[in-house]
Design a protein. Structure first.
Lengths: 147, 348
């Protein structure tokens, strides 16, 4: 199941040139660009691990691409996103956030229905990948879910 | 699906701004980028001067020549680099190989010879030539690169390098990075990261090391890796008296001041005396002298308490120049007047 999160997620995966162009746009707007990664793609998991600090004061997208490449090299089988923070409102505001890397196989989610009193149903999403401990998900060595 | 070829790429939404080009992209091939002039046939002939005109290059180079007085070796090298990049670009259009030249540089020279100013202009020039994407100047010293504790240096240096990507990184007094007397100094770590980055991201930034010639020699001798990665060593010569006078004229002109005829003679005398004194830092000393002359002119005008016209506000008189302590055989600047800019290399 192809996960769609953030901007552009219904488009085909962005190429590196397109990612660079988006980063350049963010930089030109004065937004701080950050690279984040996770192996828990639950839609309500908004706080991903940060790959280094947000890049303040960069002028060129090459700096952002440098970090994206470094993060991909370290975590090729995780979700990696680029976020751009707009500080002009005086608080941390995500102005742009899009995926730049995804695992080779994405097992997706199961919808759990829990019936409560009065036939009320509560729904929850079960992430198949999260059956394994963090760090062992999306691995192809047989421990994690390799699909 | 109306476009069968697009189906192969999966569910593709039309991209913004691409509406008019859908027919062209229906074959699923990536569009050619907007950059890049059309390739040339092997037997095509191009006028180099036209090529220069098209890129506003000759105009920028002329501006460079006008803005900087003296500095002949610097100008020569800049013209060489510009010519090389231009030729490389043409070669590319003919389908010939053109490797990107390494443009890391080392600027050596006395204080106030325009190293930083040239670096700023170089960034803009290289951007115009298409070598750099942004051309911004990030000017740093040892403090910006070297951390204070273990593990602090690498992220600090990398952050600076990232800020400089797409432009020029000027490391002022680069030799302070290396301190042989302290083997636990983190400067070495910064140098190693710098070297690695200079090599791996050659197309993304130009590193310029600046400093005094003799210390730079020592620095390169103890860091052969650094010396070999820097292709261009440019020496900034000291300005001659005439050049300094012309620089002063340029500065005054820009600030809309004028020297009266006797003041011009006095100023020439002033510069001649000041050059012989210690801590003379070329154009920077001239700038400071002009600032002090402006102070004296303002005091004179206020003290005179007479009606003042536009002309009075613009002209600097003989007396404003001659009031300087340089003429009394003393120093131009007392200890209180010496800013950090005018102090020579600290005795570290």
């Amino acid at each position: 199941m192809r996960i769609t999160q953030g901007t552009f997620s219904y488009l085909p995966d962005l190429t590196d040139e397109e990612i660079a162009a988006q980063i350049q746009y963010a930089v030109d707007q004065g937004w701080a660009v950050a690279v984040e990664f996770t192996d828990d793609p639950h839609p309500r998991n908004v706080l991903w691990e940060m790959w280094g600090l947000p890049m303040f004061g960069i002028a060129d997208a090459a700096a952002g691409m440098h970090e994206v490449a470094a993060c991909r090299a370290a975590y090729p089988e995780r979700y990696i996103r680029v976020s751009a923070y707009d500080a002009s409102l005086g608080r941390q505001t995500t102005a742009l956030s899009f995926l730049v890397n995804r695992p080779a196989s994405e097992p997706g989610f199961r919808l759990d229905r829990t019936e409560g009193a009065d036939r009320r149903i509560r729904y929850s999403l079960h992430t198949y990948a999260a059956q394994h401990p963090s760090g062992e998900r999306y691995t192809s060595n047989g421990i994690g879910y390799s699909g | 699906m109306s476009q069968p070829a697009a189906a192969a790429r999966g569910f593709a939404m039309p991209r913004p701004g691409a509406a008019g080009r859908t027919a062209a992209t229906a074959d699923g091939l990536p569009e050619p980028g907007p950059a890049g002039p059309e390739p040339l046939a092997p037997d095509a002939i191009v006028e180099l001067s036209e090529e220069q005109q098209a890129q506003r290059l000759s105009q920028m180079l002329d501006e460079f020549d006008r803005e900087f007085i003296g500095l002949a070796p610097v100008k020569d090298r800049v013209r060489e680099i510009a010519a090389l990049l231009l030729v490389d670009r043409l070669r590319q259009r003919y389908g010939l190989t053109s490797s990107r030249p390494s443009l890391h540089m080392c600027f050596t020279g006395s204080p106030g010879t325009g190293k930083t100013t040239v670096a700023t202009h170089l960034g803009a020039l290289l951007r115009e030539l298409g070598y750099l994407r942004r051309g911004q100047l990030v000017s740093v010293t040892r403090d910006d690169l070297v951390g204070q504790y273990v593990g602090h240096t690498a992220p600090k240096t990398k952050e600076v390098l990232k800020r400089a990507m797409g432009g020029v990184l000027l490391i002022d007094e680069a030799y302070y990075l290396y301190r042989p007397e302290n083997e636990r100094d983190y400067g070495q770590e910064a140098i190693e990261i710098l070297l690695q980055f200079m090599e791996a991201n050659r197309e993304d930034l130009v590193v310029i090391l600046a400093g005094y010639a003799d210390r730079m020699d020592v620095f390169f001798r103890s860091n052969p890796g650094m010396a070999s990665r820097i292709a261009h060593h440019i020496d900034f010569p000291d300005f001659t008296l005439d050049e300094l006078i012309r620089i002063a004229e340029l500065m005054l002109d820009r600030e809309q001041y004028r020297l009266s005829a006797p003041a011009q003679a006095a100023f020439r005398e002033y510069v001649r005396l000041r050059m012989a004194q210690p801590r003379f830092s070329n154009a920077r000393s001239i700038r400071n002298a002009i600032d002090r002359m402006r102070l004296r002119q303002a005091r004179r005008l206020v003290a005179a308490d007479a009606p003042i016209g536009r002309e009075d506000l613009m002209s600097i008189s003989d007396a404003d120049v001659r009031a300087s302590r340089v003429f009394g055989g003393g120093r131009a600047a007392g200890p209180a007047e010496v800013g950090p800019a005018e102090v020579g290399p600290p005795a570290r």
